[in-house]
Design a protein. Structure first.
Length: 118
């Protein structure tokens, strides 16, 4: 009968346990960065109670262009009024309804005048 050396398996088990402990202890930071995005996140959590924190963080990231144009308050007010889910679609819809974008933007270019069919 052969004896199997169990020491390598014991060492592997200890290493595996240590790795799993270390990976569980790594903190994850789901909060948005500072600046206008953080102000948007705080306003969203205060004014839109139907939105989860993760949805506020994602939505504020989606409307960065509106925050740069100082139109974040209008978007947050619109999101707070939305009765449906607080998803990407709601944030995009509200982002399109504020500021210079509220009327659909400028008209398209005129058709060319040089008509080749004569």
């Amino acid at each position: 009968m052969k004896r199997v050396n169990v020491v390598p398996y014991g060492v592997l088990a200890v290493l595996f346990a240590a790795c799993s402990v270390f990976t569980r202890e790594v903190p994850t930071d789901n909060s948005p960065p500072g600046g206008p995005e953080a102000a948007c996140f705080k306003a969203c959590t205060d004014r839109a109670p139907h939105c989860r924190r993760s949805q506020c963080a994602r939505g504020c990231n989606l409307i960065l262009d509106r925050l740069a144009e100082h139109e974040g308050a209008g978007v947050i007010a619109c999101v707070a009024r939305v009765s449906g889910p607080c998803d990407d679609g709601a944030w995009a819809h509200c982002g399109a309804l504020v500021g210079a974008h509220a009327d659909g933007g400028p008209p398209g270019p005129a058709p060319p005048r040089d008509d080749l069919e004569e």
